[in-house]
Design a protein around this ligand. Structure first.
Ligand code: NAD
Length: 256
């Protein structure tokens, strides 16, 4: 399925920061915002994939996204990345909290350290990146924060207690931040993807049987790809959704 071709004219020259933009869904979002003519920066830990992406998107769209290398488990590094992005882009209107790592670890083998690691990579930086971005959005007169959760926490999946907890926590965080930031015209919404067949998912977790099983379950009988998340995210970032905050949007082909 090709990426959406709709144009959101208000996104032209908007300043957008995407976390985990170096690969997977984040990479599709970086490209999608660049195609709208937005000024895009992205943070990622994977330098090689990110540099290749930045080059490709610059070649294909004429808009060179700014790659900022940082490990978002390090809160200070994340904060610095947000400041670098705001300074380089001249403002910050949109923050997409997307970076995550969906490690499988069943109940019996979770340790205190692995639990904390999961919350650090899947939840904590969603808050601190929002905290860093909010003053810039206030200065701009408003903004949009889009948090990537997952339908995984609704599926009683046994092998991901820490990841599911983080993804559920993102919904609570979304609603609390929406309450706090609404008076400043900053909207906060969450996207819950279903099974999105990326190269990494296929390499690590998704067998052909699992993909077929999900297609059977979905109303739409095809696999969803990263491009399926671009349109919903552009919509939540754009003025088309100006009245919408504290909401969750499920993009799962009708699996739930
Ligand atoms: N793919 C799916 O099926 C699916 C389903 C539901 C929800 N999601 C959610 O969508 C978002 C994107 O998923 P994806 O499949 O593209 O993930 P992915 O693992 O393919 O990509 C995540 C990106 O985040 C980066 N990253 C990881 N740890 C980092 C760190 N400590 N600091 C900085 N960057 C870091 C990675 O390098 C990578 O580029 C995630 O929040 C994920 O939980 C994905």
């Amino acid at each position: 399925m090709p990426a959406p071709r709709a144009q959101f004219h208000d996104l032209l020259d908007r300043s957008v920061l995407v976390t985990g933009g170096g690969s997977g869904i984040g990479a599709a979002l970086v490209e999608g915002f660049a195609r709208q003519g937005a000024r895009v920066a992205f943070v990622d830990i994977d330098e090689q994939a990110s540099r290749e992406l930045a080059e490709r998107v610059a070649d294909e769209t004429g808009r060179a996204p700014l790659f900022i290398a940082a490990d978002l488990r390090d809160t200070e590094a994340g904060r610095r990345a947000a400041e670098t992005a705001a300074a380089a882009l001249g403002a910050l209107h949109v923050l997409v909290n997307n970076a995550a790592r969906d490690d499988r670890e069943p109940m019996d083998t979770v340790t205190e350290a692995s639990w904390d690691e999961s919350q650090a990579v899947n939840l904590r930086h969603f808050f601190f990146m929002s905290q860093a971005a909010a003053p810039h959005m206030r200065r701009a007169g408003g903004g949009a924060i889009i948090n990537f959760s997952s339908i995984a926490y609704l599926l009683n999946m046994a092998e991901i207690p820490a990841y599911a907890t983080a993804k559920a926590g993102i919904i609570g965080l979304t609603k609390s931040l929406a309450g706090k930031l609404g008076p400043d015209n900053i909207r906060v919404n969450a996207i819950l993807p279903g099974m999105i067949v990326t190269e990494r998912q296929k390499r690590l977790w998704l067998s052909d049987d699992a993909i077929a099983g999900m297609q059977e379950r979905q109303c739409l009988k095809r696999s969803l790809t990263a491009d399926d998340l671009v349109g919903p995210c552009l919509y939540l970032a754009s003025d088309c959704s100006l009245g919408m905050t504290a909401q969750t949007m499920i993009i799962d082909g009708g699996a739930l």
